[in-house]
Design a protein around this ligand. Structure first.
Ligand SMILES: [Zn+2]
Length: 86
């Protein structure tokens, strides 16, 4: 059973969380002419450690930054979004 260490609630079962998306994407600046298509439609498929955003829907209902190894599903680190997973 996989567990995610929520920065607010502590270690919880993974079924309490929902995957939100890639934690490395940055929204293009308002008024920027390029980057919108890539931001909305294009996703990488990384192998290895990757930063993701998960939502703790059954607990605090906050977003959590999770560094997960996409090859082994091991949860390497967690943190508050914007502060990075550590
Ligand atoms: Zn929580």
């Amino acid at each position: 059973m996989l567990r995610i260490d929520c920065p607010w609630c502590g270690p919880r079962d993974m079924v309490e969380f929902t995957y939100v998306g890639d934690g490395t994407l940055r929204r293009p600046e308002i008024g920027a002419e390029d980057g919108h298509f890539d931001y909305v439609y294009l996703r990488d498929n990384p192998k290895g450690p990757h930063v993701e955003i998960w939502r703790h829907g059954v607990g605090c209902r906050r977003h959590v930054a999770v560094t997960r190894d996409t090859a082994t599903h091991e949860m390497l680190a967690t943190g508050k979004p914007g502060e990075g997973a550590s």
